[in-house]
Write a protein that binds this ligand. Sequence first.
Ligand SMILES: Nc1nc2c(ncn2[C@@H]2O[C@H](COP(=O)(O)OP(=O)(O)OP(=O)(O)O)[C@@H](O)[C@H]2O)c(=O)[nH]1
Ligand SMILES: [Mg+2]
Length: 392
Amino acid sequence: MKLKKYEAPTEEEAIEMVKQELGMEALILNIKKVKPRGMFSLFKNSYVEVTAAYDDKPSAKTEVKKESGSNKKNNNNEFENNKKLIKQQQTINELEKKLNNTEELLDDVMKKLSVASHNSNEERKYENSMLQFFYDKLTGQGVSSKIAEVLLKDIDDVEDFNNLDINLIIKIVYNRVIKILGQPKVVKWKKNSKAAKNIIFIGPTGVGKTTTIAKLSSYFILNENASVGFITADTYRIAAVEQLKTYAEILNVDVGVVYNVDDLIEQIGVMKPINDLLFIDTAGRSHKNKENLRELKEFLDAVPEPEIYLVLSVTTKYEDLLDIISAYDEITDFKIIFTKLDETKCIGSILNICYTTGKEISYATNGQNVPDDIEVMKPEKIVKALLGSMYK
Ligand SMILES: Nc1nc2c(ncn2[C@@H]2O[C@H](COP(=O)(O)OP(=O)(O)OP(=O)(O)O)[C@@H](O)[C@H]2O)c(=O)[nH]1
Ligand SMILES: [Mg+2]
């Protein structure tokens, strides 16, 4: 791509100049009203400066046509040229395969900013089309408008903004998102340490607490040779105990079922000396039911040195996620596990939550398969999903 600037008395005239000279394929990157400066500025009229981008190389297909047309008389030359072009095309195909999210993003920019679709009446937040594109992309992914503005803040203060490389903007946004998300915190343990780590999972109903326990414990059993025990305090829902017992059977793990705080203390006493890690499951609780949360707090307070994870589904509305976090925050401290990333395209609420609450992130789950569909949350993936393709 190459950039070219056009000056004309009005926006329409400048765009017409772009169309005439570069054709309908050209992209309008920026439209700026310029006021003349200097001694004689009073005698000069203001004008409009349009920056357009255009493809300076014809596509390979056109080249093939042109070459074969103009070299009809010389069959040998034509053959050699075609061979060269086919080879070039193969290299292009290989390069295309290696294209990453940045290029997907560029594609999107091209579509959005094309002359054909240029619409100056659209409601815009930014005068500059590139910044507007990033703003739309981020808010489209569920990033709140306030946080999208924070991510794009001051970028247009750069002196030569019109010539600012799109990759540089991506880099700035990327670094800002990474800073907000922070480094994920994961379960750290030592083989044969005297005290088993007590890892507790809390959260709303049906978000994936029990499934996440099965996934995470499988990882420690299979990959780190940890000895693991399960305790479940979910005796409310029919079949909840059976669900955990089924996983326990497959993984060859003991399960303790507890009905009250005394049971819990006793079970931890029994299972702690013979395990590296204890995974404790709790019943799903509505954050609006204060009585249930009070009971849960009693349980949590009875566990020595607990490591608590609040499990949240990323499909939950952002406002509700904030309410849930603030209700659980009143009873305990926790890190966050986000589940069901496979069920949505919009994962902006993860960024919103980190920015607004300052809570630490840990794991992400992206499917129903036990044990595969879990991984340590990778901030880089989130950024790529926000700016380009879906979280994979
Ligand atoms: N698509 C998808 N489904 C998930 C994921 N994690 C869990 N699930 C599904 O969500 C449903 C509920 O999972 P559970 O593990 O029983 O949820 P829970 O939080 O323990 O539920 P309660 O104990 O009833 O509060 C099950 O159908 C799981 O297979 C995920 O990452 N993606
Ligand atoms: Mg459960």
